[in-house]
Design a protein around this ligand. Structure first.
Ligand SMILES: Cc1cc2nc3c(=O)[nH]c(=O)nc-3n(C[C@H](O)[C@H](O)[C@H](O)COP(=O)(O)OP(=O)(O)OC[C@H]3O[C@@H](n4cnc5c(N)ncnc54)[C@H](O)[C@@H]3O)c2cc1C
Length: 461
């Protein structure tokens, strides 16, 4: 058997890592791509089948290959017209259904698996339960009891799942919309969270025939802004003093937005201009200022930076105007489960009087979890064994600029995608992930090329 790098998780991050590794590694090396869910390539974001779940990036921005920006658009254009029916062409750009994007990614992996010559991409359909250090690398242990010797591994396990919304027997998973089909068509439903997951959940509820009132609740009740046509704006010139204080940085960005408005431009131009430097801004801010950002500014940033595709935003705006979707700011104080319904006590933001809401289901759209809340057995074992540790904010894993895990016992373990959130902050959108994949693959290839002959070959246990 050839020397191997494992990739744990075959969502967008892991799939991109695998494809870039195949291109970058010496020909004698192969890639073991491991996925516990039903399909390879799709992950959480692109596993949806709902046509109303659109990519929130314009088609030219989501090519799998940064050096071939038309790759996805060309693939899309090659589909029969009826299969392209859900593609939304708007003045702000073309937005494809995420299901089609998942299909595109799946096809890229299939092409790599069946490529001519000695197979170099091996798929393992099982949950990885442990990575045990052994001579020359690691033993990748699956839940099903298999063990694969590898020289190193990329952890691409996606967003952490946390406890999310307060527990209730009537809790619904936004990623299992088939559960929505069992709801009574017109008794209220509560969605906890008002971000892009809420936007998806509302589309799924309506898509499954639910016609009742939806209440969406978050601390601030902020809903994602809509995409609009944008034009390039120069990256703002930021001084060291701007980067030393969150207050000052925020003021500086607001001033830039005001300058853009005076020039007849849109705030989105400025937010998009910041995108390539966000990792730098994040790392430049002192730790306390980053914590302040997470506590106070994050919801505002999220609704400006992570915008909804126009058809999705229009659907939400219509629901709000019609009163069928009630977006509230506040927090849940208590949930009393009863047969067939839950009575939820809410404290409205800034209010002193509590309200109660009787709902038949509570959709948990609270988004991402934290390392200390995760029940993921692999992450827990890696942390306990000193092979990984949480980043300073507990949002993911500590890693260096070279994507290598920072831990008591550093080794050939790298990470990318949402697990880098605390390290890079801006790391989950398609353009960020595909760049990370190319970079991590190049770094791994450079490292294994320097290994003395025989090292990196499959370790024996
Ligand atoms: C609903 C949703 C919509 C989004 N829409 C967009 C968008 O329109 N545009 C955009 O740019 N970004 C979007 N994003 C951002 C998104 O995070 C990234 O685009 C990307 O999909 C993240 O991929 P990932 O592979 O890191 O994570 P995931 O998609 O979560 O994939 C991780 C995979 O790892 C597997 N896994 C985890 N643990 C193990 C284990 N121990 N063993 C084996 N397998 C394991 C999981 O089963 C999963 O398939 C969206 C995100 C979500 C959640």
């Amino acid at each position: 058997m050839n020397p191997v790098i494992a990739v744990v998780g075959a969502g967008f991050s892991g799939s991109m890592a695998a494809l870039h590794l195949l291109a970058a590694l010496p020909r004698s090396w192969s890639v073991l791509l491991c996925e516990k869910a039903g399909s390879f390539g799709r992950g959480l974001a692109y596993g949806t089948e709902a046509p109303a779940h659109l990519l929130n990036l314009r088609s030219p921005n989501v090519s799998a290959y940064p050096d071939r920006p038309d790759h996805f658009a060309t693939w899309l254009g090659g589909l029969p017209e009826d299969e392209r029916a859900g593609v939304a062409v708007t003045p702000a750009g073309t937005f494809a259904p995420r299901a089609l994007y998942g299909r595109y990614l799946g096809e890229l992996l299939t092409e790599a698996v069946v490529a001519e010559g000695t197979p170099r991409l091996h798929l393992v359909h099982d949950a990885i339960a442990d990575l045990v250090p052994v001579a020359g690398g690691y033993a990748v242990r699956t839940e099903g009891g298999a063990s694969y010797p590898v020289a190193g591994a990329v952890l691409a396990m996606g967003n952490l799942t946390g406890p999310g919304a307060p527990p209730s027997r009537h809790r619904l998973d936004p990623w299992r919309p088939e559960e929505f089909g069992r709801l009574h068509p017109d008794r209220p439903v509560l969605v906890v969270g008002t971000g892009l997951t809420m936007v998806d959940a509302v589309a799924s509820l309506r898509g499954r025939g639910f016609s009742g009132r939806i209440v969406a609740l978050s601390r601030r009740g902020l809903v994602p802004n809509v995409h609009a046509p944008t034009k390039p704006w120069p990256v703002p010139d930021l001084t060291a003093a701007d980067l030393a204080s969150l207050t000052r940085l925020t003021r500086r960005i607001r001033a830039e937005i005001a300058a853009a408005a005076r020039a007849g431009r849109d705030w989105r131009d400025v937010i998009d201009a910041l995108r390539p430097v966000i990792g730098y801004l994040w790392r430049s801010l002192p730790g306390l200022e980053r914590s302040r950002f997470l506590r106070h500014l994050r919801p505002f940033w999220d609704v400006h930076r992570h915008r909804a595709a126009p058809p999705a935003a229009t659907a939400i705006a219509r629901e709000i105007a019609a009163g069928t979707l009630d977006v509230r700011a506040g927090r849940i104080l208590a949930i009393a489960d009863g047969p067939g319904e839950a009575v939820v006590t809410i404290r409205p933001r800034g209010g002193t009087t509590d309200e109660t809401l009787t709902v038949q289901g509570i959709v948990d759209a609270t988004g991402i979890g934290r390392i200390d809340e995760t029940g993921d057995p692999l992450l827990r074992r890696l942390v306990v064994r000193g092979l990984a540790r949480p980043d300073a904010f507990g949002l993911g894993l500590a890693a260096g600029d070279d994507y290598r895990l920072r831990a008591e016992r550093p080794g050939r373990l790298w990470t990318m995608g949402p697990l880098l959130r605390g390290t890079l902050w801006e790391c989950v959108a398609v353009p960020d992930i595909r760049s990370q994949a190319a970079e991590v693959a190049a770094l791994i290839a450079a490292e294994v090329e320097c290994l003395p002959a025989g090292r990196g070959h499959p370790p024996s246990e």
